[in-house]
Design a protein around this ligand. Sequence first.
Ligand code: ADP
Ligand code: MG
Length: 308
Amino acid sequence: GTPLAMLASMARVAGAGAFVKDGVHMESLSRVDTVIFDKTGTLTRGMPEVTRILPVEGVDETTLLGVAASAERYSEHPLGKAIVEYALAQGVGTVEAEGFESEAGRGVHCVINGHMIRVGTVAFMPEDARGDITGDVGADAPVRPLDLSDAGTSFMNEQAAVQTTVHIAQDGRYLGCILLADAPRDSAARCVDELHRQGMRVVMLTGDRDEVARRVARQLGIDDVHAQLLPDGKSRALQAERQAGHRIVMVGDGVNDAPVLALADVGIAMGSGTDIARESADVVLISSDLNDVAKLLHTARRARRIIM
Ligand code: ADP
Ligand code: MG
């Protein structure tokens, strides 16, 4: 059975906006030393907005946007949804895509009018197309950094925004990229501060590229970053943290966070996250307020002191 003090603390925590599935998780929470956050949709709002369309020479913006939006039409990824929404708002039509498939942490591919279309990371582009990529600092491509000086005009300045680059290729040809900006959650910086005050080490995991990840980490005061991770890379990073002797809370929202939420000492899902993340987690943040993570840890430690 669950000790009364634990139950009481669970109720208090539920009042604060976190649902703890079992009392044993409060015990684990009281012994944690590291909090690992997923980036997109967890530290950031996960509601990216298109800020720039950058076609290569010979391709116009409307064509590039139309191809990307057609490919992403059935995408459940926030980046894909944002591209489709933007195309709709700009009055750019989409066409039917065949054989749509999405690859977690990489992008989507499909066939449009007989052409193989790929939308996603540098590494996801066909090899023949990669040489033409100039707008990214991918680990696998020697490239010229983008000038972001006039990007992020829509709802936030470049400082606050987190820019992600999505690349588009047709058959073996590079068509260009689309930049999207995602803002950190209002609760993110304060939560990291509070966790530090509690003596926690704060780490971020992301499938996004290193430069973007480091910018967010710097803004929020995060101690360590593992970037450019594929879904199984997230699991490996988490295993490495555990093998280094850390006791870990993992906070995530996405389909590809489900395995790491299950691997952590305690998995916490954002209420705004996917069903599978909420199912795999031990705790759900009902209102997706990151301050509830710090409150939860504080409550768990206090409860342990009362019992012992
Ligand atoms: P995170 O780990 O930060 O939540 P993901 O693992 O979901 O991010 O995605 C990692 C990267 O893969 C994204 O930054 C993007 O470049 C690319 N990507 C994933 N899915 C898509 C998609 N549907 N369309 C375009 N790019 C995608
Ligand atoms: Mg995510």
